[in-house]
Design a binder for this molecule. Structure first.
Ligand SMILES: Nc1ncnc2c1ncn2[C@@H]1O[C@H](COP(=O)(O)OP(=O)(O)OP(=O)(O)O)[C@@H](O)[C@H]1O
Length: 306
């Protein structure tokens, strides 16, 4: 049986007219590393709050480790680890005090489950007497992860753990997640960084409370309909303007210093004609190359279906 199951979950906040979650369903297998990928406001934190029993859904059903999120909140709270989006440890307590506090809260000791957190804790141990409020972003993140793990949870919920953390710490963090997964822990992690999608086994793309797609990152990329082109020319802004005027263009958006372009259908898909049109428009050096889409391209394409 799947460890996390959501069936038709909807949730609205009183102060918000649009629902935060709209009929959301997905499940996560035992020991899976599952990613919720979506921009700010997509509904990721609302999903975590419901799954960790901090918020009641308006409708639908969800279970974690076989327990119902509404009826069995007591059982769920002892078998999940949760790292919220905002740093929520005690800023005035030291690293060691925070860890001991969370262990005591769950009726265990740091020593009892030390093997699970050892790798991560050793990286912050030299600063164990430093107050949490005085730690760097990467160190806070590692401490929060240790605190979420100290009672050896069955399921780990991580809400945007890498937001605001430098690139090296982000990479280290994903390596830590892979090691935790190898120990059998089911992990649900959210991120607004599309490049982190490929580090998950399966992902759900989410936008304004609606799931756009659920699959492995490779399958989502393989399912991209049609072809995608990368356009490069010295005057990118003018290029964007001129491409958008060309009949038959479906998507055209900036990606760094290039443009990503797709055609409406196969009959319109003639890059040589587009190149000739752009040369005529004053872009003599334009290059048009077919590329493999990444997850961000797939996300943008799915949004256009909405
Ligand atoms: N306590 C709240 N009261 C009212 N509206 C809320 C509340 N929490 C979230 N929302 C709204 O619900 C929607 C989903 O928010 P949620 O925090 O779940 O998204 P998110 O994907 O986690 O993004 P973020 O990283 O910005 O938190 C947003 O429109 C948000 O403004």
């Amino acid at each position: 049986m799947d460890t996390v199951i959501l069936e038709n979950i909807s949730k609205s906040y009183i102060t918000h007219t649009t629902p935060a979650l709209n009929d959301v369903s997905f499940s996560v297998g035992k020991g899976e590393l599952f990613g919720l990928i979506g921009p700010d406001g997509a509904g990721k934190s609302t999903i975590f709050r419901i799954l960790t029993t901090l918020l009641l859904p308006d409708s639908g059903k969800a279970t974690v480790a076989g327990y119902d999120v509404v009826k069995d909140y007591h059982e769920i709270r002892s078998c999940v680890g949760y790292m919220p989006g905002k740093f929520s440890l005690y800023q005035d307590l030291t690293i060691e005090e925070n860890l001991r506090f969370f262990a005591t809260l769950f009726g265990t000791t740091v020593a009892e489950n030390y093997a699970l957190i050892k790798d991560i804790y050793e990286q912050i141990a030299p600063f164990k007497d430093r107050r949490a409020g005085k730690l760097s972003g990467g160190m806070k993140q590692k401490l929060a992860l240790c605190c979420a793990l100290v009672h050896r949870p069955e399921v780990l919920f991580l809400d945007e753990p890498t937001t605001g953390v430098d690139a090296v710490s982000r990479q280290e963090f994903w390596e830590m997640l892979r090691r935790l997964k190898a120990q059998g822990i089911t992990i649900v992690v959210s991120t607004p960084y599309m490049d982190e999608a490929s580090l998950c086994e399966r992902i759900a793309l989410i936008q304004t409370g609606t799931i756009l797609s659920i699959d492995t990152p490779d399958n989502i990329i393989r399912a991209y309909p049609g072809k995608l082109y990368s356009l490069r020319a010295p005057k990118v802004y003018l290029l964007l303007h001129d491409v958008r005027l060309y009949e038959g263009i479906d998507q055209c958006y900036a990606a760094g210093e290039t443009l990503r372009v797709s055609f409406k259908d196969e009959r319109k898909d003639h890059p040589a004609l587009l190149r000739a049109y752009l040369q005529h428009k004053g872009h003599p050096q334009v290059s048009v190359d077919q590329i493999t889409p990444d997850i961000e391209d797939c996300f943008i394409e799915k949004l256009s279906d909405q």
